[in-house]
Design a protein around this ligand. Structure first.
Ligand SMILES: Cc1cc2nc3c(=O)[nH]c(=O)nc-3n(C[C@H](O)[C@H](O)[C@H](O)COP(=O)(O)O)c2cc1C
Length: 156
C-alpha cells in the first residue's frame, strides 16, 4: 500500500515517531513517504494567521497517518488548519496520533484526537486507529506499541 505519514512537529517528537513508523511500515512491504506540515514563516506555537507552506498532497496515497503535537489542550493549530483544507479523504484508510508532554488525563490528548477524527471523517476518511504518545518514561516502548498497532491497520 502507498502510505503518507503527514506530521506537524516543532521540537521533533512527533516527527521521530513518524520515522519509526516509516521503517516498520516499509519493512511490512509498503511504500511510505513522510511529509511535514510547515507554517509560512517558520513553525512556532501560534493560533492566528497561520498559513501552511506547500500543504502535502494526500491524493497520491491509499493510506494516511496524520501526527501532531497537542498544544494548549487541543490539536496544534497548524495541523487543524492543514486538515481542514484537504479536499477529500474519500475511501482512504486513516490513522491518527498525537504526542504530548503532560501525563494526566484531560490535558488535551483525547480532545486533539477527537478534533482530528471529526475533520477526517467530514472528508470521508475511514479512521482505522488512533494513539496518544505521552512523552515521558519509556517512550521507546510506547512508540513500539504504536508502530505495531498501526502496522496491523495497514496490513488489512
Ligand atoms: C505551545 C505549546 C502548548 C502545549 N500544550 C500542551 C498541552 O496542552 N498538553 C500536553 O500534554 N502537552 C502540551 N505541550 C507539549 C507538546 O505537546 C509535546 O512536547 C509534544 O510532544 C511536542 O511535539 P513536537 O516535538 O513534535 O512539536 C505543549 C507544547 C507547546 C510548545
Amino acid at each position: 500500500m502507498k502510505i503518507g505519514i503527514i506530521v506537524h512537529s516543532q521540537t521533533n517528537n512527533t516527527y521521530s515517531v513518524a520515522v519509526k513508523l516509516q521503517k516498520k511500515l516499509q519493512k511490512d512491504g509498503n511504500e511510505v513517504n513522510i511529509k511535514t506540515v510547515d507554517m509560512v514563516g517558520g513553525n512556532k506555537p501560534q493560533s492566528e494567521d497561520i498559513q501552511i507552506e506547500n500543504p502535502p498532497d494526500v491524493t497520491v496515497y491509499d493510506g494516511l497517518i496524520f501526527g501532531s503535537p497537542v498544544h494548549a489542550f487541543s490539536l496544534a493549530p497548524a495541523m487543524k488548519i492543514y486538515l481542514e483544507q484537504i479536499p477529500s479523504l474519500h475511501d482512504k484508510k486513516v490513522a491518527l496520533y498525537v504526542t504530548k508532554a503532560l501525563p494526566l488525563k484531560f490535558t488535551g490528548g483525547t480532545r486533539a484526537i477527537g478534533q482530528m477524527e471529526k475533520i477526517c471523517q467530514s472528508k470521508g476518511g475511514n479512521i482505522m486507529g488512533t494513539d496518544i504518545v505521552v512523552w515521558r518514561g519509556d517512550i521507546d516502548k510506547k512508540i513500539n506499541e504504536l508502530t505495531q498497532k498501526f502496522s496491523l491497520i495497514f496490513e488489512l
